[in-house]
Every structure is written in C-alpha cells, then in structure tokens.
Write a protein that binds this ligand. Structure first.
Ligand code: ZN
Length: 449
C-alpha cells in the first residue's frame, strides 16, 4: 500500500511537471521563439513539481528519488510528451482517486496534483480538472502557498479560463523587473543553476529577503524543496505591509467589502441562527510565517441557519483584527469554515486578557516557533470547541479574507462574548503584530442578534 502511494505521488509530481511542460511546449511549437518558450515551460513545470511535492509531506525519503527524476525534466522538456503517453491509460488517475476517496477535503496541493493528472489523462478540456484547479485556488487563498496558487492559476489560464495570473507567477522573462540580487538569469544559463534553485528562482522575483526565510521551510535533505518555496511576499509592516498589499493583490486595495471592521452601531437586527459542532481530533499545527494555524480534521461544523459549514482551520491574530467601538482585544481566533458550495464563513472569537486559557496552553506547548510545515505531535488531541465561549451572540457582516489576496464574499460572525487569555500567553505568541488594520465600512450593514 505504501509503495503504491509512493508511486502514485511520484507519478503525480512528474505529471504535474508534465502537464505544464506539455501545454507550454505545444504552444511553443507554434511560436518562433521556441527556445525561450521551452525554458519558460521548464520553469512552469518546475513550479508544478513544487506544488505537487508539497503533497508528499509524509514521505521524506521519496524526496531524493523525486529530485533525481526532476533533473532530466529541466533540460529535456520534450520527454514530457512521453510521460503523457505513459499515463494516458487512466490507471494512475484511478489509483489516485481511490487513494483520495477516503478524504473529505483535499489540500490545495493535492487538488493541483489531481487536476494535473486529470488534465493529462483526459485532456485540457476536462471540467473536473479545471474544477480541481479552481478548488486549489480557493484553498490557497487561505494561506501563503504561492507556488500552489501559481500552479492553479497558470493551469486555468493555459486552459483558456478567465483567471488573472499574478505577476509573480509569470515566467520571469515576462516580468522585466530589475532584480535585487543581480541577474534575472534563468534564461541565460541553466547550468549555472544546475539543480538547486531551478524550481523556485525566488531571486528572479526581486525579493531580497527570499532566502533567509525560505530556508526555514527546509526539511533535512530537502535542500531543493527549500529553495523551491515561495518568498514571503507580504507582511504586516514595512515594504510589504498592509498598505502595499494592493500592488500585488488588487482586491486588497480596490475591494469594497474588506475585513476586518471596527464594529460600531447602529446595528441591524440579525435573523440568523448560529451554532458550532466542533469535535476533538488529532492536533495538526503549523507556523506559516504569518500566524499559528491549526488544521482541523473533517467532522467539525458550524451551522448557519441549519446550513453546515466544515471547519477547515483556525488561527490567531495579535492584537485582534476586529475592533469593538474602536478598541482591539489582546488577540482573536479566526475559525475558517467552508460550505459545500465553497462559501467561506469565519467565526471570530475575541481573546481578552485574564486567566490562563487551557486550550491555548495546549496549542502553545505544541506550536512550532519557526515557520515550517504542519506538525502532528504524538498523541496530542484537541477540541476546537474548547476555545469557544458559552454564549453565541454575535455581530455579523460581509467581508473578505484579512490576508492577501483579500478575496471577498466571506461572511464574518464575531462573537460578543470573549474568552480569557493570560498576558503571558499573549506574549508567548510568536508574532508581535499580525493584524490587518480595520477597513472602510462602505455602507455595509453590521447585524447583531
Ligand atoms: Zn484571520
């Protein structure tokens, strides 16, 4: 079984590479500047591999084998066509679908991998493939996984879908931006980069701080994977601070229903009923460089007027992003849910300085202090419900993700009752400030029950 999964994942990574390379290669055939195009295709292929690789969290030893397979890809884009032929029987797709069948929700990386495989097996017009990329795109909104987002955006664009590909996702030839670290040289000499940073080329994107942070992603023996991770392209202060997010993520600046809000009356009477059914499960926690996030196994739900929304993850901001009549609380926990239709609902629980919070104590005892992949400490269970207050009265408004790309259409419920957090616990949280400032209300109603 393990071997099958390994083979499937390996095939997946190759296929991720294959499909992008193949598509770009076909385009390139028609164009005159074929050589340039092929190199761009290789870049895209490498990005796709990166995204697929992220799915292989459990199998560190596969990484080495994987990298060996990647080497030839870089220089022999044409071989990708052969891979396509080998996989077109549909067997691999069936295997993977069977392996994923037991999982209620798939990570963005897996969605991308699945989409790539479907596209390869069934062709670029397969609606299920496009759906997988779209799903990946929606999921990646929540995090900071640029490579996955790029892979999904690029795939949709290549399939002729209307999607805006972020400038960072374009092959660097198309960017023309001067590079803080020197030459934008991927076009020039593939050999100079030999293997290590072919995939990511973070420096091609003009991010001077790419390397320092990236390396924290590294697993031992996964040097290339480390280089392949995206640069942190936004932050809560300075050059990439909230007032600059709009440069790369237009919705952050142009959106009319952005979050968070300063919650002030007059309020409209809410007619919505709200209840949470959260369940205990194994703790999976990560430091994504912007916050501490807990990924929640399937089974926990929020009900909004009887409609269920699956709890995907929760995370923290310090101080609270939402203000109540101009005042922030020490922290806020955002519980992020998704409906069957893809609609996102965020439940905000404000943390007020007071007694120690036992739930937070468990989380802080297990949180990674440095940015990196999810960890699942042995035998530690957690019930997200332990962080909820007893009373469920709320304020509610239509808003957005409070982090880039600031996607709108997110419904917020901010509970009126707060829960305690000790001053020392606030201090232990590894982010001093990770709160977006409040946004313009633009005439939005805030309801209250
Ligand atoms: Zn949040």
């Amino acid at each position: 079984m393990k071997r099958t999964i390994v083979e499937v994942l390996l095939a997946l990574a190759l296929i991720g590479a294959g499909v992008f390379g193949w598509m770009s290669w076909k385009t390139a055939q028609a164009a005159k500047g074929q050589v340039t195009e092929l190199q761009a295709a290789a870049e895209e292929a490498a990005k796709a591999v990166t995204a697929s690789k992220a799915a292989i969290t459990a199998a560190e030893e596969q990484t080495a084998a994987l990298e060996e397979q990647l080497g030839p890809l870089q220089n022999k884009v044409k071989e990708l066509d052969a891979i396509k032929g080998a996989m077109s029987s549909g067997t691999t797709l069936a295997d993977l679908e069977a392996a994923y069948k037991t999982q209620k929700t798939l990570s963005a990386e897996r969605q991308v991998g699945l989409g790539a495989l479907r596209m390869l097996t069934k062709g670029g017009d397969d609606p299920a493939a496009l759906e997988a990329f779209r799903a990946a795109l929606q999921l990646t909104d929540l995090g900071s996984r640029k490579n996955t987002m790029c892979a999904a955006q690029t795939a949709l664009a290549a399939a002729g879908e209307k999607v805006t590909v972020m400038s960072e996702c374009l092959p660097q030839a198309a960017q023309g931006a001067p590079d803080a670290q020197g030459k934008p040289d991927a076009q020039g000499k593939p050999d100079a980069h030999a293997k290590d940073d072919k995939a990511a080329k973070p420096d091609a994107q003009g991010k001077p701080d790419a390397h320092g942070k990236d390396d924290k992603h590294a697993k031992p023996g996964d040097k290339k994977g480390a280089a392949a991770h995206a640069a942190p392209h936004w932050s809560y202060a300075g050059e990439m601070g909230p007032d600059r997010w709009g440069k790369e993520f237009p919705t952050c600046a142009k959106g009319k229903t952005q979050s968070p809000l300063d919650i002030v009356g007059p309020f409209v009477k809410a007619r919505t009923s709200l209840s949470a059914e959260y369940k205990e499960g194994p703790l999976k926690i990560l430091n994504n460089g912007h916050t501490i996030q807990v990924n929640v196994p399937p089974g926990s739900k929020l009900r909004v007027d009887a409609k269920p929304y699956d709890l995907l993850q929760f995370h923290f901001h310090r101080p609270s992003e939402e203000k109540i009549e101009g005042k922030p609380m020490s922290m806020v926990a955002h519980f992020v849910h998704k409906g069957a239709d893809g609609k996102l609902v965020v439940l905000g629980v404000l943390l007020k300085e007071g007694n120690e919070n036992p739930g937070i104590k468990t989380l802080w005892a297990n949180m990674p202090l440095e940015e990196g992949p999810e960890v699942a400490p042995d035998g530690v269970k957690f019930n997200p419900g332990s962080l909820l207050p007893r009373e469920f009265d709320f304020f509610s408004y239509e808003g957005s993700l409070t982090t880039p790309p600031c996607t709108e259409g997110v419904t917020f419920f901010i509970l009126k009752s707060t829960v305690n957090v000790a001053a020392a616990q606030v201090t232990q949280f590894p982010f001093k400030i990770n709160a977006r400032p409040v946004q313009a209300r633009n005439g939005r109603d805030i309801t209250m029950n």
